[in-house]
Design a protein around this ligand. Structure first.
Ligand code: ZN
Length: 274
């Protein structure tokens, strides 16, 4: 098995201070927690940024600020910038803004789904343009799949040369409107992957930890963090992202899966260090 790539999604587009006082909102807070998570074993930090009111934005200056603080403080963690935006409320062009910063990784949501009470639209034309833009700026797409059909969407883009190997898939399970967070669903999705793929899984709420444990056992990779789940255990809030990372790292250690360093992830995924 490859070494375990542990990602942390610190903030998300929706997790609010009303839900948990521990979610990092400002660029400084996000960078602080990213650095703390690196210390606990995370190799990739997946970030969304917020405006002064805590509302999600794709403001490149805010994304750049997070990356800048992380680098200034000597932390080698890979920064993965979201292109998710705010479903339905932002233009495609706004959502793609962080790609121009040439992050090492950016998210690539490989299709449209109902998402909670809303609709998360990722049209074919948006995906074509996003794939081209990422290629132009040397960004590795994290191909987020919320359901099995999105793997097929990705394969079509692969066939047309718009996505290039090695492929980095993130299965996002348990979203209301997407595929369930179950072992059989995960196995099914893994079985649909094209050659030269690496995969990771994250899951919403209480499914987060069991899905991370399955990934450890199956040879996949794992994402944790407050974007997907704010609890450490039943009714107990996680006191930031680092405790969630530390727990997955401990379990991986017990299972004899070493953690990949950021440079080892760059090597495996073919990412050039910025
Ligand atoms: Zn995200």
């Amino acid at each position: 098995m490859d070494k375990l790539i542990l990602s942390v999604a610190t903030t998300g587009s929706r997790t609010s201070r009303e839900q948990t006082p521990h979610v990092p909102i400002t660029p400084e807070e996000i960078a602080d927690q990213a650095i703390a998570c690196y210390a606990e074993g995370a190799a990739i930090v997946h970030i969304h940024v917020r405006d002064d009111n805590g509302v999600v934005t794709c403001d490149p200056a805010r994304y750049a600020r997070v990356a800048e603080i992380v680098r200034e403080r000597g932390c080698p963690i890979i920064v993965n910038m979201s292109t998710g935006g705010n479903a339905g409320l932002m233009s495609d062009e706004d959502r793609m803004a962080p790609v121009r910063l040439s992050p090492e990784i950016a998210s690539f949501d490989a299709g449209s789904i109902n998402f909670g009470d809303g609709v998360f639209v990722n049209s074919p034309s948006f995906l074509n343009t996003l794939a081209e833009r990422m290629d132009e700026f040397g960004v590795k797409p994290e191909i987020e799949c919320f359901d099995t059909g999105m793997i097929e969407n990705a394969k079509r883009l692969i066939d047309r040369g718009l996505l290039k190997p090695p492929f980095w898939f993130q299965f996002v399970l348990g979203v209301r409107g997407g595929a369930p967070a179950s072992a059989s669903q995960l196995v099914h999705m893994v079985n649909q992957l094209p050659p030269e793929s690496h995969w990771s899984v994250c899951a919403i709420g209480r499914a987060q930890l069991p899905m991370n444990m399955l990934a450890i056992a199956m040879g996949g990779h794992a994402r944790t963090g407050l974007e997907d789940n704010i609890y450490y255990s039943y009714r107990v809030l996680a006191e930031g992202n680092a405790p969630l990372v530390a727990r997955v790292a401990r379990i991986a250690h017990e299972a004899d899966r070493e953690l990949a360093t950021p440079d080892e992830v760059r090597e495996l995924l073919g990412i050039e260090r910025r």
